[in-house]
Design a protein around this ligand. Structure first.
Ligand code: AMP
Ligand code: ZN
Length: 466
């Protein structure tokens, strides 16, 4: 049985999908006016891991993550750069894929762009107006929060408190300070689309309501995002969607905690961020994911270099164990496992059971990682040069299997050995260019010790293992 902490009920609940063995999941994606930072990265990695884990447990996951490609930030940035909102969006969507792929984040089943859903959004808004849940003033359309009696149910805030907060910046035209724009009239210099209320553009909240419904249906299993989205974004999404359909919008609402820096939320506006790309230039995806997943997703995590270094050391420890096993595989003589070995291999399943038990309990990746370390320790003390190939293969398979839902431990150790040799060869070439013959000879000898010989060919230096 899988359990999920549901923000809507503030409880851990058994996960019961709408359709057996299927998960329909919507995650709020980035506004594509910049590179994403490693705080956004935490949220993307967390929900990628949750998706992978559902798949590991045999669910078929339809995973939708949108791109917000029209809003004030997009418009301002495009104006600053003297480009169009469309071009800006195209560019940063490409950059998003580059970084997300580098972080080993699986591609979503669908990545809708808000600007591709304008017709559907206009119909959505129109229906809300027709049903009396929304009203127009001079080309703007507002959602009437008073009409939706459950307003505030996700964030658990009482409507009077919310109203008091909202009064600080009252727009006189609204019927109530809590009302929010679902369609915005075009202002000079802004892009606009045709609508019954004149040229305009969608509000942020309506995009997600509309795209989730169009792609996944009126009621979905899971709606997710960072915890900053609980209010107002997700509260408003619920109001719009449930007002329209009269059905629950999402059965489970999941929110990942912030990645902080000096105990403050990492954010573009505070200018205290590192882009994912910056961090990726120094640390591998395995290390970054390991760091993110070493805390429970509902716990805030304070990002710093020490944490990165310690994640790096941990990942190296696991890869060393993998490399040792792979090397052993080439050395051992016996093919088939003995009965004794077989019963040992069976006993390894206790680590997998522990891993599954912890992941089933609201995706406790921190404990899942502990289970992987226990497995490694167990294998290190029990598998040796006297083991059979079969046992080593099984042990390796299990380590890789438990790494996969976390998006880690899938790299080949052989490739990295080759990379290392390539690097040494390059360093030697450089040494020769610098006429540092001593260093060049030293590297040649080091390579020779590792069974690598160098050949000068017309195409440059080649290496081979002897
Ligand atoms: P944005 O591009 O700002 O709309 O954010 C994209 C996603 O990243 C949303 O789900 C946010 O909730 C999430 N997010 C933004 N900042 C952080 C942070 N510091 N830690 C974790 N998630 C964040
Ligand atoms: Zn959203």
């Amino acid at each position: 049985m899988m359990k999920i902490y549901n923000t809507l009920t503030n409880k851990k609940e058994e996960f019961i999908p709408i359709e057996q063995n299927k998960v329909r999941m919507y995650v709020c994606g980035p506004t594509v006016y910049n590179f994403f930072h490693i705080g956004n990265g935490r949220t993307f990695i967390v929900f990628d891991t949750i998706r992978r884990y559902f798949e590991y447990r045999g669910f078929e996951v339809k995973f939708v993550q949108n791109f917000t490609d029209i809003d004030d930030k997009m418009i301002n940035k495009a104006n600053e750069e003297g480009t169009t909102v469309k071009e800006l969006g195209d560019r940063y969507i490409d950059e998003y894929y580059q970084d997300a792929d580098s972080l080993n984040i699986e591609r979503a089943t669908v990545n809708p762009r808000a600007t591709e859903y304008i017709d559907e959004i206009v119909s959505f808004v129109k229906e809300l107006v027709d049903k009396g849940y929304a009203y127009e003033i001079n080309g703007d359309v507002y959602f009437s929060t008073k009409k939706f009696t459950h307003y505030g149910k996700l964030s658990g805030q009482n409507i009077e408190d919310l109203q008091a907060g909202a009064r600080i910046n009252v727009d006189e035209r609204k019927q109530d300070p809590m009302d929010f724009a679902i369609w915005k009239a075009q202002k000079p210099g802004e892009p606009g689309w045709e609508s019954p209320w004149g040229l305009g553009r969608p509000g942020w909240h309506i995009e997600c309501s509309c795209m989730a419904k169009d792609i996944l249906g009126e009621t979905i299993d899971i709606h997710a995002g960072g915890s900053d989205l609980v209010f107002p974004h997700h509260e408003n999404e619920i109001a719009q969607s449930e007002a329209l359909t009269g059905k629950p919008f999402a059965n489970y609402w999941m929110h990942s905690a912030f990645l902080n820096i000096n105990n403050q939320k990492m954010s573009k506006s505070l200018n205290n961020f590192f882009t994912a790309r910056e961090i990726l230039s120094n640390y591998e995806a395995d290390v970054i994911r390991f760091l993110m997943l070493s805390a429970h997703y509902r716990q805030q995590l304070n990002f710093n270099e020490e944490l990165l270094e310690s994640a790096k050391a941990s990942v190296e420890r696991i890869y060393n164990a993998i490399a040792n096993l792979e090397n052993l595989l080439e050395e051992v003589k016996v093919e088939v496992a003995t009965d004794e070995e077989r019963s040992y291999l069976n006993s390894l399943s206790k680590h997998k059971e522990k891993y599954i038990e912890r992941m089933d309990d609201d995706f406790n990746t921190a404990d899942a990682i502990t289970a992987i370390f226990d497995l490694i320790k167990d294998i290190n003390t029990n598998i040796s040069i006297n083991s059979s190939k079969e046992s080593i293969v099984e042990a390796l398979k299990l380590i890789r299997e438990l790494g996969e839902p976390l998006g880690i431990l899938q790299k080949s150790t052989k490739v990295s050995l080759e990379d290392e040799i390539e690097q040494l060869v390059e360093q030697r070439q450089q040494a020769r260019k610098d006429r540092d013959w001593a260093l060049a000879d030293k590297i040649r000898d080091e390579l020779k010790d590792r069974g690598i010989v160098l050949e000068d060919t017309p195409q440059g230096v080649r290496w081979k293992k002897i």
